[in-house]
Design a protein around this ligand. Structure first.
Ligand code: AMP
Length: 305
């Protein structure tokens, strides 16, 4: 199954305790599509300005990524995000968000895009997520990501999208912010009551918890010694997770668990360098190798009674 993703393609300015960069490629749809393309075909729906050069667009080249839906608006500027992290890399502080081209973006999906099997609503304004969702013809899987900004300024629209998706992938602080519930599992139940069948809670360096109506699965993050820049880890996780699922003929609990590990593996590469630099240099063989390391990391035997 192929995936259609709507989300941001961005220029980021980043500062971490280990370095600083004034302009690099980022965006939720960018990280997502590069990660997902390790496993399946992805079509991207997004917009950039004319400051986004062919060299910048080369991040999508040579991969299973269809960029026909990536519009370029003359005379306008690409979405810009500036973020900063202290030693607690789980907490991103937004210094600046400039929607630029995204302020009036109203994509018209083609017939082929409307018929997508899998739709990923990557982090962007909830109104835009809803607009794209409404144009599609009920995909088999609809998944969503968001961020604290939209919970603060567009909660109603976001709740409308939550009600129409199968799977939500958000971080733990966002679960608490959205539900006003301190306990994560209780918060997860509140979100599942809105309609989705699966909630995946990202917990940064502590890993991931998946909550469904009748099961809970938890995975650690890969224990790296060098974490350089956490930007894009969440979107990369979502790309690896959904890309793997879309490549399978059947989706059941075992596949969901494998998908979580593939998402975690890809995210662990993203954080090793700025931007998509690390993701761009690895191969599927590297991904498979780290998947095996993950298995060894989390394996334990039953005890003798
Ligand atoms: P994450 O995976 O959560 O670290 O996402 C990082 C990416 O999200 C960055 O590359 C930003 O360009 C992008 N981003 C930040 N804020 C927003 C926003 N309000 N809407 C869409 N994308 C954003």
């Amino acid at each position: 199954m192929s995936i259609l993703v709507v989300g941001s393609v961005a220029f980021d300015a980043l500062q971490t305790p280990f370095g600083k960069v004034d302009r690099c490629i980022g965006g939720s749809a960018t990280y997502f599509s590069v990660a997902a393309s390790f496993f399946t075909d992805v079509s991207i729906v997004a917009v950039v300005g004319d400051d986004f050069t062919d060299e910048d667009a080369s991040v999508f080249k040579g991969r299973k990524i269809n960029t026909d839906g990536l519009q370029r608006v003359p005379g306008e500027k690409t979405f810009f995000w500036s973020g900063e992290y202290g030693y607690d890399l789980n907490v991103a502080k937004t210094r600046d968000t400039q929607l630029n081209v995204f302020a009036d973006f109203k994509p018209q999906l083609t017939e082929e895009q409307r018929n997508t099997d899998v739709l990923f609503l990557a982090n962007i304004q909830p109104e835009l997520q809803l607009d794209v969702l409404r144009q599609t013809k009920r995909p088999r899987i609809v998944a969503l990501d968001t961020m604290n900004l939209w919970i603060s300024i567009a909660k109603e629209a976001l709740e409308r999208v939550f009600r129409e998706v199968d799977l939500i992938i958000i971080n733990e602080a966002e679960v608490r912010q959205f539900t006003n519930e301190a306990n994560l599992i209780k918060g997860a139940r509140q979100i599942l009551d809105l309609g989705p069948s699966t909630l995946i809670i990202k917990r940064g360096e502590y890993g991931v918890i998946m909550v469904t109506k009748d099961a809970i699965f938890a995975a650690p993050a890969y224990p790296l010694e060098t974490v350089f820049d956490p930007t894009g880890a969440g979107d990369t996780f979502a790309g690896g997770f959904l890309g793997y699922l879309a490549s399978r003929s059947e989706i059941h609990d075992r596949e969901l668990r494998r998908a979580i590990i593939f998402g975690s593996v890809l995210a662990s590469f993203t954080v090793e360098k700025f931007s998509l630099d690390r993701l761009r240099e690895i191969s599927l063989a590297d991904v498979h190798e780290r998947y095996q390391d993950f298995r060894a990391l989390t394996h334990f035997d039953d005890f003798d009674r």
